[in-house]
Write a protein that binds this ligand. Structure first.
Ligand code: ASP
Length: 324
């Protein structure tokens, strides 16, 4: 029988009360969902028991290290996690666990395990099943889909279909049968873990009429990296003064500026005149990367690469299927 390590971090799945708060279910998951024992020999370990709004880079490090320490002892890993920041944590692990050769399956629920009509038993059972299969990726298992972690976004706090992966079809579908897609990554290199993240990253959404001085003020707070979410394929407004020189000063002072799009599509600095100031300033195109992946990737890049050229090459490279 396959061996699966289940790492509990908290979230609605194990919550109780009103308002909902972390409960004591973490040690009793198999009692509530006995089917998981039919699928695998499951060992449970509690990393944290938090609402995922309290999960951050330090917990990503703990999680990645927990997987790394027991990497050889298990066939796959399940991470029980709140849905609010699950896509950030899944992205972070996709970058920390390089050349992954086993499944790391995040899951959670929109209704607690103890509630009627909960989606928790199905999600947990599906996640344990996926963790026994040959899908060597970090992903999110929710409502019958397994989607790439570094492409995932929480799209609904109401529907059981809580996640979507923009521009990347599901890695697996769990219906009557489990079908695994052909685009599952199969990496040739040697597995290794680097669980460092530098939290000094901020996300700024470009909005109509944005004043460059506001942007400049934020840059003076000690940030080391900015994910700049621009319009469309990477355009920024110039009506209230040029943003380009502020970005150029930031880049010259050592701050990394990674540009993603607030919509979907591939950031292309060459297509519109209103993107050229970003290119000329030395900003990095995030390609098709979305918010959650770009933030965790930039935190990882800042912690791992001291050499700026190497860091920029890493940010522009498709590391874990997060960009085209
Ligand atoms: N607030 C919860 C959390 O992210 C929501 C959930 O788990 O669905 O921990």
């Amino acid at each position: 029988m396959s061996r699966v390590l289940l790492l509990h971090t908290g979230g609605t799945l194990g919550m109780k009360g009103s308002p909902l708060e972390p409960g004591e279910f973490q040690d009793r998951l198999a009692e509530y969902v006995p089917e998981i024992e039919q699928l695998a020999d499951v060992t449970t370990r509690v990393i944290a028991n938090l609402d995922s709004s309290d999960i951050g880079p330090a917990h990503w490090t703990d999680l990645a290290q927990a997987i790394d320490e027991d990497y050889e002892s298990y066939d796959g890993f399940v991470v029980v996690h709140g849905t609010d920041t699950m896509a950030y944590s899944a992205s972070a692990l996709a970058f920390a666990l390089e050349n992954l050769g086993k499944p790391v399956v995040f899951t959670g629920a929109q209704r607690p395990l103890s509630a009627v009509r909960s989606d928790a038993p199905r999600n947990l059972t599906d996640a344990v099943d996926l963790a026994t299969r040959d899908i060597p990726e970090v992903g999110i298992c929710f409502d019958g889909l397994f989607i790439r972690g570094c492409r995932a976004t929480k799209t609904s706090a109401q529907d059981y279909r809580g996640f979507d992966s923009r521009e990347c079809p599901p890695l697996a579908k769990l219906g009557v049968d489990v079908s695994i897609a052909d685009h599952v990554l199969r990496r040739a290199g040697e597995y290794r873990c680097d669980a460092r993240f530098d939290p000094e990253v901020i996300y700024i959404q470009v909005t109509p009429g944005l004043r460059p001085e506001r942007f400049e003020a934020i840059l003076q707070t000690g940030v080391k990296g900015v994910v700049l979410s621009a319009f469309g394929l990477g355009t920024i407004p110039s009506s209230n003064g040029p943003l380009g020189p502020v970005v150029a000063d930031a880049v010259a002072s050592g701050i990394e500026v990674l540009v993603v799009t607030a919509s979907t599509g591939n950031v292309d600095f060459g297509l519109y005149r209103n993107s050229l100031p970003l290119r000329d300033a030395g900003a990095i195109s995030g390609g098709t990367m979305h918010m959650e992946a770009s933030i965790s990737k930039l935190m990882h890049a800042l912690a791992v690469y001291d050499d700026r050229d190497e860091r920029r090459v890493y940010l522009e490279r498709n590391v874990a299927g997060e960009r085209d």
